[in-house]
Ligand binder design. Structure first.
Ligand code: BES
Ligand code: MN
Ligand code: ZN
Length: 490
């Protein structure tokens, strides 16, 4: 979706050509002398647009306006939450009209976070997956043009929202794609395509290079599949080369059958989204390409299928990870941590300021936190706080979970340094405890997005989370670094 922001009020909006006009009317709306204001004032006075957030009124060819279709939506106090519900209600009413060009105006100048909520909600409500349809319908709302009198104060926030929308939509696209249209090789191609942007580089390792690195855990997962594994290294260099990067590590299981510890058939199709962590890394890089912040970021994606052929890894097999630690694979369905642990060891070479891995790691995290907040696991309070705050800013929430050593008890085994599963109780935490063993050389955080990367039910599909959270976190690092530079210069 394309978005634009124009500095103008309701008078200008009345003259703007578009397929549909959405006006978000907050409590305390003060009408000007222009036609649109007067029209809204008449309607609210007559009680035809109740002040309750989410209430809408559709108009057709209202006098004095260029737009044929107009929807007024009440947004209560104008908070992000109210903005979102109003957008969802209003776009629902416009669905049959399928407007390509949507204009959005505000009865009262929006706050930065409210504007962001509106931009994100419109993208979310109008996104549709079409790649594998033979006769795709055109997307509703191809371009959304926002009018706000205070546009210049909102510009920075708006540019962020736009970049996040680009990243979220890319992440959705890849997570939605069926596994036969999103193989490890396809993901690597997508990463290569992103690397054409300014400041971007991409290197892709295949089975030979990965074997040479000694990534025995990653290879164990891949050995049951006929698709060759890919280890993708994306780099964004926006600051001097010597500046240590943040590393993002994405789980890229393009299909998780469970392997020999096979999953039950119902909903197994959804395991095509087991590369949502990888998709979010691609999405973040798409956003970075737009924003060009002064910082360095490395994205690592460990990608393979988790399938079952005659050479598939078996429960009880012991493999040696790149770190040298041996792992007893008691359950081949706990494959995410196996591909991630080698990627974490690989991350050491960048001497990063922080490493954040993103993974649809455990069903247990879905049980713990549902689909509202991603699970955040982190030994460092500073890093945990930064990620948590970034999630709040981006309206892409997470919640910190514990990492007490006692949670690792179940990972003990007689046959290797560590087992890859630790029992059902606290399963999201023991998974994180497993990863923590491989993240000793840098500040590290793990985001379990099993519940948040995907929506079930009628609106089934990828959410593009946690691209927003990650982009916000990264941008905060540029601010932190420039503050440090200023302090050093004094
Ligand atoms: N990809 C799954 C986790 C998952 C489950 C993601 C549901 C999204 C929705 C992961 O690889 C997995 O299978 N985890 C197992 C771990 C268990 C064997 C310890 C799980 O959660 O059941
Ligand atoms: Mn699995
Ligand atoms: Zn998985």
């Amino acid at each position: 979706m394309n978005v634009e922001l124009k500095a103008a009020g309701l008078a200008a909006v009345a003259q703007h050509e578009c397929d549909a006009l959405l006006v978000l009317v907050a409590d305390g709306f003060k009408p000007g002398k222009d036609k649109l204001s007067q029209c809204i004032a008449g309607i609210t006075k007559a009680g035809d647009l109740p002040a309750k957030p989410g209430k809408t009124l559709s108009l057709y060819r209202p006098q004095g306006l260029v737009a044929r279709r107009v929807v007024l939506a009440a947004v209560g106090d104008g908070s992000s939450q109210h903005m979102r519900s109003a957008v969802v209600a209003a776009l629902g009413g416009l669905k049959s009209a399928s407007p390509q060009q949507l204009t959005v105006a505000f009865g009262l100048p929006p706050s930065a976070s409210a504007l962001r909520a509106v931009v994100q909600a419109i993208s979310d409500a109008t996104y549709s997956y079409t790649t594998t349809k033979s006769k795709p319908e055109p997307r509703t709302v191809h371009t959304a043009c926002f009018f706000a009198e205070n546009a210049e104060d909102l510009r920075t926030e708006f540019d962020r929202a736009r970049a996040i929308v680009t990243g979220v939509e890319l992440a959705k696209e890849w997570a939605n794609r069926p596994a036969n249209h999103a193989t490890p090789t396809d993901l690597a191609k997508a990463a290569k395509a992103l690397a054409k942007g300014p400041g971007m580089q991409c290197e892709v390792l295949g089975p030979k290079e990965v074997a040479k690195l000694g990534m025995g855990a990653f290879m164990a997962v891949a050995q049951g599949s006929d698709q060759p594994l890919r280890f993708i290294v994306l780099k964004y260099t926006g600051a001097p080369k010597a500046q240590a990067p943040v590393v993002l590590v994405g789980k890229g299981i393009t299909f998780d059958s469970g392997g020999i510890s096979i999953k039950p058939a119902p909903e197994m199709d959804e395991m095509k989204y087991d590369m949502s962590g990888a998709a979010s890394v691609l999405g973040v890089f798409a956003a970075l390409a737009q924003l060009q912040p002064r910082l360095n970021v490395v994205g690592l994606i460990a990608s393979t299928e988790n399938l079952i052929n005659g050479s598939a890894v078996k429960p009880g097999d012991v493999v040696t990870s790149m770190s040298g630690q041996t792992i007893e694979i008691l359950n081949t369905d706990a494959e995410g941590r196996l591909v991630l642990c080698d990627a974490l060891t690989y991350a050491e070479r960048f001497k990063p300021t922080a490493v954040v891995d993103i993974a649809t790691l455990t069903g247990a995290c879905v049980i713990a936190l549902g689909n509202v907040r991603s699970g955040l696991f982190c030994g460092s309070d500073a890093l945990a706080d930064a990620l948590h705050a970034a999630g709040e800013r981006a309206q892409d929430l997470c919640w910190r979970m514990p990492l007490d050593d006692d949670y690792a008890e179940g990972l003990k085994t007689h046959y290797a340094d560590v087992a890859n599963v630790g029992g059902r109780a606290g399963g999201a935490i023991s998974a994180a405890k497993f990863l923590q063993r491989f993240a000793t050389k840098f500040p590290w955080a793990h985001l379990d997005i099993a519940g948040t990367a995907w929506r079930g039910g009628a609106a089934k599909g990828a959410t593009g989370r946690p691209v927003g959270l990650l982009v916000e976190y990264l941008l905060a690092q540029t601010a932190a670094q420039s503050a440090a530079t200023v302090r050093a210069a004094k």
